[in-house]
Design a protein around this ligand. Structure first.
Ligand code: COA
Length: 208
């Protein structure tokens, strides 16, 4: 465990690099499609774009896609998997992760997050700071649980869905694909795919 390539030199990318350093990665290089105009991401260097990363994959022991947008993150993850990149997951030492859970490739579990027994987290997910995922929850690919989200037991969250900061979800609830749950929402009923819900109790946001 020595050299990590991180695709996506954003604020989220900085957080990933910081956690990766704390979990033993010795060298962390950023790649971003804004290179060469973008050369640094805070304490780390940006050394190339996606195609350059693909051409130097053999120089890295692990690759992580640190893009906050769920769809773009998944597209890049698939592109890198097809190029045989060694996609890794990253778990902060201050996260609590049940040994009876599954964490997919390219997912991050941030500090203070809790993943309880018999949970499955798909590939390319972000389980952000202090989020809790209770027993038997099933998360698809490219899901983002923002800081302080709480999922009760047996909740299903499908691919590409984003749950905003501080939202809570009642047990046995299903949230479809490409859905958005607004910050602070309290979800007490199933949420259909492609819908945005907000409020307590959460209701569909009808845009004017
Ligand atoms: C739900 C959300 C995606 C909607 O964003 P948007 O499409 O830009 O919507 P707008 O800000 O234009 O707001 C539209 C309406 O919904 C309301 N609204 C927006 N977010 C809301 C929320 N979380 N709870 C309740 N009402 C909300 C607004 O007050 C506005 O109401 P109005 O039309 O009566 O004035 C966004 O507000 C949100 O909550 N994002 C999550 C942010 C987050 O968790 N960030 C953490 C990143 S790690």
């Amino acid at each position: 465990m020595s050299r990590l390539a991180v695709l996506g030199a954003s604020g989220h990318g900085k957080v990933i690099a910081d956690i990766a350093g704390q979990t033993g990665w010795k060298v962390i290089d950023f790649f971003d499609d804004a290179w060469p105009s973008l050369r640094r991401n805070s304490h780390w260097e940006v050394v190339g774009n996606t195609s350059q990363l693909i051409s130097v994959l053999d120089q890295y022991d692990g690759v992580f896609v640190a893009i906050g947008n769920n769809s773009i993150r998944l597209i890049k993850l698939i592109e890198l998997e097809q190029a045989n990149a060694q996609i890794v997951s990253i778990v902060h030492p201050a996260a609590i992760v049940s040994v009876y859970s599954h964490i997919g490739k390219g997912s991050v579990i941030m500090p203070g997050a809790i993943i309880n027994v018999d949970v499955s987290v798909g590939d390319g997910c972000i389980i952000n700071t202090g989020a809790t995922v209770d027993h038997d929850c099933m998360l698809g690919r490219g899901v983002h649980l923002s800081p302080g989200v709480h999922l009760s037991g047996n909740v299903t969250v499908s691919d590409n869905t984003w749950i905003g900061v501080g939202a809570c979800v009642r047990q046995l609830t299903s949230i479809g694909t490409n859905a958005i749950v607004g910050a602070g929402a309290v979800v007490v009923r199933d949420v259909d795919s492609d819908k945005t819900v907000v409020g307590n109790p959460a209701r569909i946001l009808n845009r004017k």
